[in-house]
Design a protein around this ligand. Structure first.
Ligand code: JHZ
Ligand code: SAH
Length: 409
């Protein structure tokens, strides 16, 4: 096999994690498609030059993002609130021009964030290649362009609408293999005083919590301040602020601008030092992480098998993309987990990618609760536990694997 190459530095990548053959994280499917299901080898590599952890091979973007995309952002109240706050932070910031500001969002999905700009009559554009979710955004009053963002799309937007004051993105920058094209596009699109604000699951949290389920087809990169600074630095842009977020099990919001436009905050310096302590820039960190991932798998499989041998009923809560990695890597199928409940209509009645566990509407959980529920949507634990008091009061227990495999409740 050819030596894999870092998408950022062009240097050889060292393989640090191997999850075996994996299906698409959001590839929920009916039985008639089992036979032709797509798999790819899911391995991660690291380059000490770019300090970027990345998939060695990623399925083509069009295989993952299309008119039947299964993830709708507005399925969590907490996330609704989060993006309301994010929008208002941007609106109140010094970065938006007083007269006719223009805001662009990458991967706006169903409009969870941009609808706030639409409601405030702020000129905006969402770039969203998955047409089904973009249509929901349109219904929410959000203007969208159904394209994969790159340099050409950026040039077209500038020609037709002018440059942007703010370029926003959440949980999408880490999805795009041609990230260099995206950063070049951002440079073109952004006014000299403009800012980029984007957030993604943070590598530091993944390492600390052993949340290896953040690794799946869509997440081609796991970012740190080190790797983001290096990547944008290649294109003359500077990391001016970092703001940790609770979302998705620990995310980081990065704020970047053209060189010399704004001063760099102390938070950036502090985070870079913290990352050095954690060793996020060094290869041995990921070799050690790989051992912890293997242990986490062994612990989960042994817990589930034990409970099953005691005759307990186990279901899953939240058919997340993350669960696809856990189920396939741990080899957990319908013999151990009866069903997974999920509130997203497009997932219901289908089966989970690879392991083919039935996905049922939430009502299945409510009317026929299991003894144990694996909380695959562990990142929404606060919200879910608040809603599921009845399950716990009736003796129901949760299984989580982050930060360690354990039973709660
Ligand atoms: P959730 C997706 O990841 C994919 P996933 C993507 N790659 C990404 O980065 C993040 O989102 C942003 C359901 N649910 O948010 C709804 C309930 O059933 O953890 C969802 O299907 N009941 C773009 O899929 C799933 O769980 C509930 O009460 O890992 C949650 O998916 C709640 C709150 C959710 O993202
Ligand atoms: N921002 C939302 C949605 C995240 S899901 C949230 O945080 O909940 C990621 C979204 O990015 C998907 O809707 C997908 O269609 C979109 N996407 C993927 N690649 C993209 C690209 N190259 N340009 C723009 N959007 C993209």
């Amino acid at each position: 096999m050819n030596q894999p190459i870092c998408r950022i530095s062009g240097q050889p990548l060292t393989k640090v994690l191997d999850f075996g053959q994996q299906p698409l994280g959001n590839g929920f499917l009916p039985p008639e498609h089992f036979i032709s299901e797509y798999f790819y080898p899911m391995e991660m590599g690291f380059s000490e030059k770019s300090m970027m952890l990345q998939l060695i091979e990623q399925p083509a973007p069009e295989k993952m993002f299309h008119e039947h995309y299964a993830f709708y952002s507005s399925t969590s109240r907490f996330m609704e609130r989060h993006f309301g706050e994010f929008s208002h932070q941007v609106m109140q910031s010094k970065y938006l021009a007083k007269a006719d500001p223009f805001v662009v969002e990458l991967g706006c999905n169903d409009g969870i964030m941009l609808k706030h700009f639409a409601q405030a009559s702020i000129r905006h554009l969402g770039i969203e290649p998955s047409r089904n979710v973009a249509e929901v955004a349109n219904v929410n009053g959000v203007r969208t362009l159904s394209e994969f963002f790159n340099e050409n799309v950026a040039e077209k937007i500038v020609r037709e609408e002018g440059q942007a004051d703010a370029f926003l993105a959440a949980n999408v920058m880490c999805h795009i293999p041609d990230i260099q094209g995206v950063v070049k596009g951002i440079r073109t699109l952004l006014k000299p005083t403009g800012v980029v604000m984007f957030e993604d699951p943070y590598l530091g949290d993944v390492i600390e919590k052993i949340s290896y389920d953040q690794i799946y087809d869509e997440h081609v990169f796991l970012f740190s301040a080190h790797s983001i600074q290096y990547l944008f630095g290649l294109h003359g842009m500077v990391l001016i602020d970092v703001q940790p977020q609770k979302t998705h099990g620990g995310s980081m919001r990065y704020v970047l601008a053209h060189a010399d436009a704004y001063p760099v905050s102390d938070a950036v310096t502090k985070l870079l030092l913290k990352e050095q302590d954690l060793g996020l820039h060094l290869l041995p960190t990921f070799e050690a992480f790989s051992k912890k991932v293997e242990q986490s798998r062994a612990d989960l499989v042994s817990l589930l098998c034990n409970l099953k041998s005691q005759g307990k009923r186990i279901a899953g809560y939240g058919a997340t993309s993350k669960s696809t990695t856990i189920l396939n890597y741990c080899g957990v199928g319908p013999d151990l987990i009866e069903y997974i409940s999920d509130t997203t209509p497009i997932k219901q009645g289908k089966f989970t990618p690879g392991m083919h566990i039935p996905v049922k509407p939430y009502e299945a959980f409510k009317t026929n609760p299991p003894d144990y529920a694996v909380l695959f949507a562990w990142n929404h634990a606060e919200e879910i536990m608040a809603n599921e008091k009845a399950f716990m009061d009736a003796g129901g227990k949760w299984i989580v694997h982050v930060p360690k495999v354990q039973v709660l409740g």
